[in-house]
Write a protein that binds this ligand. Structure first.
Ligand SMILES: [Zn+2]
Length: 170
């Protein structure tokens, strides 16, 4: 099934010139959309769309993004008013939008405060921005429920805690 899709894509994109670039683009695009479908329910798609709308409205771009676009080597491109960095949607430096995306990938019911590693994985499926990792770390550290979950997991992972041994007299 998967091989079949790739094969058909190969056959379609036989335009001369930047065939390789086009193929890479397709591959990255495909990976992104597949990931999106995997993690998103119908409600999520709707929320996602409003975030995308906001991203489209913001026109500022970091220097490294502009440079990557200028290099035009197939890993960064603009499409439908969005910038893609290696297939991920570039999120401009806007506090409100970033917070919204962070919240979406941490607090929403279907995500359920996954902690730093998992949250980063989820986010990276769809988005990219400079300092994403640090922002996730900061967000999780400031999230009471994430910290609570972390403590619970650590307790479960540890062996019998000495204090939990009942002090019953024989
Ligand atoms: Zn959390």
């Amino acid at each position: 099934m998967k091989a079949d899709i790739l094969l058909r894509k190969d056959q379609v994109n036989t335009k001369e010139g930047n065939k390789d670039v086009q193929l890479l683009k397709d591959k990255l695009w495909q990976r992104r959309t597949t990931a999106e479908i995997t993690i998103m329910g119908e409600n999520k798609v709707r929320e996602e769309n409003s975030i995308l709308k906001e991203i489209r409205r913001i026109e500022t771009r970091e220097k490294e993004v502009i440079q990557a676009l200028e290099r035009n080597n197939g890993t960064t491109w603009e499409e439908d008013e969005l910038v893609y960095m290696e297939g991920k949607i570039y999120v401009p430096n806007n506090k409100k939008v970033k917070e919204e995306i962070l919240k979406e990938n941490n607090d929403s019911v279907d995500v359920g405060h996954p902690g730093q590693q998992r949250m980063l994985e989820l986010l990276k499926r769809n988005y990219w921005w400079p300092g994403l990792k640090e922002d996730v770390k900061r967000y999780v550290q400031g999230c009471f429920k994430c910290q609570q979950n972390k403590v619970l997991h650590q307790r479960k992972a540890g062996k019998l805690h000495p204090l939990e041994i009942p002090q019953e007299p024989w």
